[in-house]
Design a protein around this ligand. Structure first.
Ligand code: KDG
Ligand code: MG
Length: 412
């Protein structure tokens, strides 16, 4: 099982995706997701210039050794570009091994620990009525857990809030891959934490009153609060029994979480911008979080994320893998296999990809009664349709950013 071909495929059906395809001399193929939202081509260069030459001629069956070689031999460790590139290789090798074994990947990872994965969707609205409609629409699509993001009076545009006006096609409102996000420059949005903090608890009170106590509700703070602000918010949200408060403070500061934790029992989730188990080491050991938000695509692949979750299990900390649409169908399927196999699965974020993406990536996962399942095709269960992929060349696209009213740059 020698790797004799490694292709880096860039395609932009509804948004940009970077995929590594490995082929072995005995005819097996494997796919890996290397998509780094807004910085995609840096991973393409890392793979093409530095990793592909190392892979050609190597043994595809040696997953752990290949991971260690790519991580340790470079000398320069960690970082989103490096770890997305290593992740793609790792996923592709697991795909090949599972296909060669004739098994869906979750079987190789230890077999299923549950029948399906509870998943949450993204409801949002500028006003309460829009938000309620969005929650109902998600419930109609079978979601049994809902992330709630809301507009804030006085702020014009906030990330994570879909708006019908932004949806030129007239279909369901989206905020994650509407054409407005593409362009030579990122879009500026505005932010005011005090207005947000004044507004949010009332929104959760209204949502609980309307939808009852059972529905699991989540909220993403997008790293925007100081520790004291986050502590205050966590405390004020306690009556509404959140499933989690995500990314309440900037991800770099573990001490911030300590302060938040001292003041609130609202569960905390963090880690979508983390790259390695080292980023989780102290906050897991100190029990400062309840959910690991890493993604296979940004944590260096299935191999290290599985280890991270085994370590987290010692502290009763569960998974909540990052699953926005900038994780490609390959990355999503890979983490569905992992989530099905590990004991300490918590919840899976699931934003549905667009129709064009689903034509480029042929997938075998299922979504039924609010549960995801990766399917039983051998491997990860995703194949890339090269003809479809070729129709959509890369387009420059950026995440938006925040400035305060006086023009100061603010945390994302
Ligand atoms: O690439 C960044 C987005 O995926 C991120 O903003 C989405 O915060 C996010 C989430 O929780 O899905
Ligand atoms: Mg998030």
């Amino acid at each position: 099982m020698i790797i004799d071909k490694a292709e880096v495929i860039v395609t932009s059906p509804d948004r940009n995706f970077v995929t590594l395809k490995l082929t072995t001399n005995d005819g097996h193929t494997g796919l890996g997701d290397a998509t780094l939202n807004g910085r995609e081509l840096s991973v393409v260069a890392y793979l093409q210039e530095h990793v592909v030459p190392l892979l050609i001629g190597s043994d595809a069956s040696r997953i752990e050794d290949t991971w260690q070689f790519l991580y340790r031999s470079a000398y320069w460790r960690r970082g989103p570009v490096t770890m997305a590139a290593i992740a793609a290789v790792d996923m592709a090798l697991w795909d090949i091994k599972a296909k060669a074994a004739g098994m869906p990947l979750y079987q190789l990872l230890g077999g299923a620990s549950r029948s399906g994965l509870l998943a949450y969707g993204h409801a949002s609205g500028k006003e309460l009525s829009e938000l309620f409609d969005s929650i109902r629409s998600h419930q109609d699509q079978a979601y049994r857990a809902i992330r709630v993001q809301t507009g804030v009076p006085g702020l014009k545009a906030i990330y994570g809030i879909a708006s019908q006006a932004a949806d030129a096609g007239g279909g369901e409102a989206r905020y994650d891959h509407e054409p407005a996000r593409r362009g030579a420059k990122p879009m500026q949005e505005d932010w005011d934490t005090r207005s947000y903090l004044r507004h949010l608890p009332g929104v959760f009170e209204a949502v609980r009153n309307e939808f009852g106590p059972e529905l699991p509700l989540l909220h993403d703070g997008h790293h925007r609060m100081t520790p004291l602000q986050a502590a205050k918010l966590g405390k004020e949200l306690e009556p509404y029994d959140l499933f989690w408060l995500e990314d309440c403070t900037p991800a770099e500061s573990h001490e911030a979480l300590k302060l938040v934790r001292q003041h609130t029992t609202t569960p905390l989730a963090i880690g979508e911008v983390f790259n390695t188990v080292w980023d989780f080491k102290d906050i897991v050991r100190d029990q400062l979080i309840d959910y690991v938000r890493g993604a296979v695509t940004h944590m260096g692949g299935i191999t290290p994320l599985k280890k991270t979750m085994e370590y987290a299990s010692l502290y009763q900390i569960k998974s909540g893998f990052h699953g926005p649409t900038d994780i490609s169908p390959v990355g999503m399927a890979a983490q569905m296999h992992l989530g099905l196999a590990i004991h300490n699965f918590g919840i899976q974020e699931y934003m549905q990809h667009g129709a064009k993406t689903d034509e480029v990536f042929e997938q075998s996962f299922t979504w039924q009664n609010g549960l995801l399942h990766p399917g039983d095709e051998p491997g990860i269960g995703v194949e890339l349709n090269a003809d479809e992929a070729g129709k959509y060349p890369y387009e420059q696209a950026y995440l938006p950013y925040n400035r305060l009213a006086d023009g100061t740059m603010h945390d994302w």
